[in-house]
Ligand binder design. Structure first.
Ligand code: SF4
Length: 477
């Protein structure tokens, strides 16, 4: 196991778009800052495309936004009035330059640039169909299939809105997309609304972003979320909205638990508020006799403050995080492997020693990190370690854009809570209930909770996805 992996599921991507003639001199720079705010959604690659309505320049590379772009590169991109940005973590398609986005797809004089967050469950089937229509694919990401389908429809002379609506009818799965086509910025979201996407007003135009934090940073004013199944087309005539067929709403509940930034807002409410409520409900459902509540930083902080307030047990920062250990950190030499988690988190004995400690984390996926963490706390002198998790046990994989293990790798799918407690070595272990988590979001009936309760919003998607991702399938057409 990667000693530095944090044991968390990984988000798929962040998308950003901007349309404004008023700020055309700093469009690339604003897109850079928008992506900077969305960096938590993907750290493998970053890219920006800028268009003046006729010519589009794009730059993308592996690495963090700050590694891919500098002032000189941004200056070379300035000049247009339509921008597209993307940060990526791969779920479908390997982590390579070819799969970095925005992705270009064109044939003849019809071409589009696309930025996508999500995962199609019928990507392989769709690519096969599109190959039959004469399309060739250079990248292995499912985004290429979205782009090619849109190009195919545009070639037939469809309007941009109709081309996207027709493309959406061919797609199954999760997609929040921003796209440049000639003089238009287009944004659309799958009918379930698995991944977030919002729109705001900025000087002389509009901005779209996976999360509101991307709008805040560039001074854009949030207008609203792009609705599930909505297509928004922005050009010099303003903003037009079109609708695809409705489907059961299913925003990923993990956005509330862990992925989204706490200062982002869904449905007008801060994510931080939902996380704090999760901690409060957890305190009611699973109290502990303890002296101190500590978070696993950073993602456990909000829930830990909620747990502490509700239980009356004092809150303290008992684990110090090294904020500069990223995914690209070099692996320690074998002789240093015992450092393990300590490279990322170091306990404060003055807070922990001799105390009955409640430690709050947002999730347990594989269990390895939780075991190491409990070990660290006992080493630091904790008398008892009561592990509390502000989400339920993860019992199934995700098919909608989150890099979550197959069922075999999920500790919650294979062991009882008592068995997991025993494996991680905690004094006690408790998870938030599915109902408690749902109530804390105030989005009952509008969420995907499939990896917690097995209720997958796209019927048959699990089997389809498994077939498409298998290396060899005997009898597959
Ligand atoms: S299965 Fe889980 S991680 Fe995937 S979209 Fe649904 S709630 Fe989110």
């Amino acid at each position: 196991m990667d000693l530095l992996a944090d044991g968390k599921p990984k988000e798929a991507c962040g998308v950003f778009g901007l349309y404004s003639r008023e700020i055309s001199g700093e469009l690339a720079q604003r897109t850079y800052f928008g992506l900077y705010a969305l960096q938590h959604r993907g750290q493998e690659s970053a890219g920006i495309a800028i268009s003046d309505g006729e010519r589009t320049l794009a730059m993308r590379d592996m690495g963090l936004v700050s590694q891919v772009f500098d002032e000189r590169k941004l200056a070379s991109l300035e000049g247009g009035h339509i921008a597209l940005g993307h940060v990526r973590y791969s779920t479908t398609g390997s982590a390579s330059w070819e799969n970095a986005q925005p992705e270009f797809h064109g044939r003849g004089d019809v071409n589009v640039f696309v930025a996508h967050n999500g995962n199609l469950v019928n990507a392989a089937e769709l690519r096969h169909e599109l190959e039959g229509e004469g399309f060739e694919f250079e990248s292995t990401s499912d985004t290429a299939a979205i782009a090619a389908s849109a190009v195919g429809e545009l070639e037939k002379g469809q309007t941009v809105a109709e081309a996207v609506l027709r493309t959406m009818r061919r797609l199954s799965g999760a997609y929040s997309v921003a796209m440049i086509f000639r003089d238009k910025l287009v944004a659309f979201r799958d009918p379930h609304g698995f991944r977030p996407l919002c729109i705001g007003e900025v000087e002389g135009g509009y901005a779209v972003s996976s999360e509101t934090c991307g709008l805040d940073i560039i001074g854009a004013k949030l207008l609203r979320e792009i609705e599930p199944g909505e297509v928004v087309v922005i050009d010099d005539d303003g903003l037009q909205s079109y609708r695809a067929e409705e489907a059961r709403r299913a925003l990923c509940v993990f956005e509330y638990v862990y992925f989204a930034r706490p200062d982002s807002r869904f449905d007008g409410k801060e994510i931080a508020h939902a996380r704090q409520r999760m901690g409060e409900v957890l305190a009611d459902e699973s109290p502990a006799e303890a002296d101190v509540v500590i978070p696993v930083p950073d993602s456990g902080i909000m829930a830990a403050t909620g747990y502490a307030q509700q239980s009356g047990i004092p809150y303290a920062e008992g684990l110090i995080k090294n904020r500069y250990v990223g995914r690209t950190f070099i692996q320690p030499a074998d002789s240093m492997r015992q450092l393990g988690l300590r490279l990322k988190l170091n306990p404060l004995p003055s807070i922990i020693a001799g105390k009955r400690v409640v430690v709050i984390d947002d999730s347990i996926v594989r269990g390895n990190t939780a075991r190491k963490l409990v070990g660290l706390l006992f080493e630091a002198g904790a008398a008892e370690v009561h592990f509390r998790v502000s989400s339920p046990p993860v019992t199934g994989p995700c098919y909608y854009g989150i890099d979550m293990d197959t069922k075999e790798g999920l500790v919650g799918a294979n062991y009882t809570v008592e068995e997991i407690r025993d494996q991680i070595g905690a004094t006690s272990l408790a998870y938030l209930s599915v109902e408690g988590m749902t109530n804390a979001t105030e989005q009952k009936g509008r969420l995907c909770r499939a990896c917690f309760d097995g209720d997958y919003p796209i019927p048959g998607a699990t089997q389809k996805f498994a077939l498409e991702n298998a290396d060899t399938v005997v009898g597959k057409k």
